[in-house]
Ligand binder design. Structure first.
Ligand SMILES: O=C(O)CCC(=O)C(=O)O
Length: 284
């Protein structure tokens, strides 16, 4: 790693530690990003794949049915597998986590004009990486801002435990669960350019609002990783891969367990842990 890279990594790590997320600008070049856009648009046009959120329905009024999310493409697409294990992502993740992670999931969100977002949530609610947590690498394939439904994060929420899920408003979210926030809690939009990568912690509350533009996609290629010290992860994410691509055996995390609710104590809001009945899973 060059000295200027080391300084940048030090700054990124400090920001990540405080906020639970960090954007590394221009990690992928405009040419690479253009190739990814073309690759996934071509795949999408060609048909359906295992794990598609819905079947492709080119006549649907719902843009997400015309361009369903793709999932776990690294299991059948070499381009995605190479990206998931890319040295730049590995170096960034290793720097942020303190050790090399394991790779467990890929997703491609097309988020065409007019489509709904994904209600605020915490990823480790689904992945259940233990010990430690999971981490996402979210590569912007288009310019992202509030108009086309950029990512939204709650800075510092990675220090919160997993919160109990509540029903989401499915007129603005394609998923049906969300987490409650204290009143006046900051939810911060993350503006990004194509090639920038947003890394965020598995406990960070995040999501996105609808794409309200008439013509701009907001495509993103997403990798999910778990801490290299994790001994188990939810069944859906098996097999985990080492960053050299070799699979490894991990235990299977159970659903449920305790989750947090906001309660008032001495005039201040704090999280109290309670039992949780299993809630439907977003990523399955
Ligand atoms: O890309 C989005 O709008 C949301 C993605 C997300 O929240 C996730 O992958 O966990």
């Amino acid at each position: 790693m060059a000295p200027h890279d080391r300084t940048a990594m030090h700054e990124h790590s400090g920001f990540y530690r405080d906020n639970g997320y960090v954007v590394m600008p221009g990690l992928f070049s405009p040419d690479e990003v253009a190739r990814f856009r073309e690759h996934y648009m071509t795949l999408r046009r060609r048909g359906s794949y295992p794990g598609d959120l819905t079947g492709v329905d080119s006549a649907s009024a719902d843009p997400l049915k015309r361009y369903p999310r793709m999932i776990h493409m690294h299991r059948w697409d070499e381009v995605t597998l190479r990206w998931l294990l890319d040295d730049r992502l590995n170096a960034a993740l290793t720097g942020l986590l303190g050790r090399e992670p394991y790779a467990v999931q890929t997703m491609l969100y097309f988020k065409p004009p007019g489509s709904r977002g994904q209600a605020l949530h915490q990823d480790n609610f689904y992945l259940r990486a233990q010990p430690g947590t999971c981490m996402a690498a979210w590569l912007a394939l288009d310019r992202c801002d509030e108009d086309n439904g950029c990512m939204q994060v709650v800075p510092g929420s990675h220090h919160w435990p997993l919160l109990c899920a509540e029903k989401a408003d499915t007129t603005v979210s394609f998923t049906d669960v969300t987490v409650p926030l204290p009143p006046d809690q900051e939810v911060r939009p993350v503006h990004m350019n194509p090639g920038d990568v947003l890394f965020f912690n598995g406990s960070l509350v995040h999501g996105s609002y609808p794409n309200t533009t008439p013509e701009r996609f907001r495509r993103a290629l997403i990798g999910h990783y778990i801490d290299g010290a994790a001994a188990q992860v939810a069944t859906f994410y098996h097999p985990a891969l080492r960053m050299d691509g070799s699979p490894l055996e991990l235990g299977e995390s159970a659903d449920g367990g305790a989750c947090g609710v906001w309660v008032e104590r001495d005039g201040a809001l704090t999280v109290e842990m309670v039992g949780q009945e299993a809630v439907s899973r977003k990523h399955e």
